[in-house]
Write a protein that binds this ligand. Structure first.
Ligand code: SF4
Ligand code: SF4
Length: 367
């Protein structure tokens, strides 16, 4: 069997759903698009800093000839919501961290390539690697870009990507020449208007980006956050290409229990050790406890459940200004005499100007 066929066959054996191959030449059009986005202030905070390197494979692996693109579907089907007051994680964070899941399969593929072509050099990448994985996957024919900026594949867009840059010359697979046609469901469904135009995302309005960024959450977008704790699936949920997405065969992408809908009260009182135990293996844990607890406070405010009043009052005493500030916002959303008294007491003893501002806004009802 020729190497390419043997590679595709082995990939299926180890649970890789999608595979394609493209040459290792540079990506000048993608580089231009990203440079334009950066100039327009629309560059995602977690996109590669070094555009030249990200768009030229030879700079990461001299002598590279081909790029093997892989995709794994992670759609878990519909799971019924567990009882209690809970937040939401995007599907990508329901199970084990996809970087590890995809990374483990890429290691197997690298071993395979080494056995088949001794002396070849192979560099694996997943998300944070040196190359633009979506662009690599598009050129290798795994799918095409939807107006929601995501790669639409035969499995829909619930797909995680990775790849291997290799010195082995492999025959390429063809890109797909498809597009969304007249559909604009994702643009209309986005709760913050972050999709400014087809394929143009404003990361400063995208809840998926914002739930992962540190600092004070933009005031005007807090209500739109709803119960989201990490990520946002809305522009994928409405996409017709996801209507018949197959349920993943990868067990690691399923939650072990009810982790996909964390209990808000439990999350808010977790210390660092408890947080690592609960979220350390998930993609949602990478930004740390404070970011997720901040999002949980916004979710509590949006939930408007008075049972949270004592917990929120405790948050006003937290050593972290982010937690005090967002706790104040949540109390303001809850409203009522007891919330107001707690805010007034907190303001009298608050030394941080940003938290003072949050408390004043909450007291004035400007939230
Ligand atoms: S992830 Fe959510 S906020 Fe971001 S573009 Fe999609 S729908 Fe809008
Ligand atoms: S919802 Fe419609 S416009 Fe948006 S990505 Fe899917 S097919 Fe394209």
């Amino acid at each position: 069997m020729r190497l390419k066929e043997a590679l595709f066959c082995y990939a299926r054996e180890i649970g890789i759903d999608l595979m394609g191959i493209t040459g290792a030449e540079a990506f000048p059009a993608a580089r231009q698009t990203l440079a334009d986005r950066r100039r327009q202030g629309l560059y995602a905070p977690f996109a590669p800093r070094d555009l030249v390197r990200a768009c030229d494979p030879a700079l990461s692996l001299p002598g590279a000839r081909s790029i093997i693109a892989v995709g794994l579907g992670y759609y878990q089907g519909k799971l019924s919501p567990p009882p209690g007051h809970r937040g939401k994680l995007a599907r990508i964070a329901w199970g084990e961290d996809y970087h590890r899941v995809v990374g483990a399969k890429l290691t197997l593929l690298q071993d395979f390539l080494q056995r088949e072509v001794p002396g070849s050099r192979n560099l694996a990448f997943v998300d944070t690697g040196p190359l633009l994985d979506k662009e690599v996957a598009r050129r290798a024919g795994l799918g095409w870009f939807g107006k929601n900026t995501l790669l639409l594949t035969r499995l829909g867009s619930w797909v995680v990507l990775g790849g291997i840059l290799t010195t082995i010359e492999l025959p390429p697979t063809s890109p797909q020449g498809k597009d969304c046609g007249a559909c604009d469901l994702c643009l209309r469904a986005c709760p913050t208007g972050a999709l400014l135009a087809p394929g143009v995302l404003d990361p400063d309005r995208c809840l998926s980006c914002l739930t992962q960024q540190k600092g004070f959450f933009p005031l005007e977008l807090r209500r739109a956050l709803g119960l989201r704790l990490y990520g946002c699936d809305t522009c994928q949920e409405v996409c017709p290409h996801n209507r018949h997405a197959p349920v993943t065969s990868e067990p690691a992408f399923f939650p072990r229990g009810q982790e996909h809908r964390p209990q808000l009260a439990e999350l808010l009182v977790m210390n660092n050790r408890e947080f690592k135990g609960a979220f350390g293996a998930s993609a949602a844990g990478w930004r740390g406890r404070t970011v997720l607890q901040r999002n949980a406070l916004l979710a509590v405010g949006n939930l408007g459940e008075p049972d949270f009043l004592p917990l929120l009052k405790n948050c006003l005493q937290d050593s972290r200004p982010i937690i005090r500030g967002h706790g104040a916002w949540a109390l303001g959303r809850l409203g009522g005499r007891r919330a107001r008294e707690a805010l007034e007491r907190a303001l009298a003893g608050e030394g941080d100007p940003q938290v003072q501002r949050e408390i004043r806004l909450a007291l004035a009802g400007n939230i």
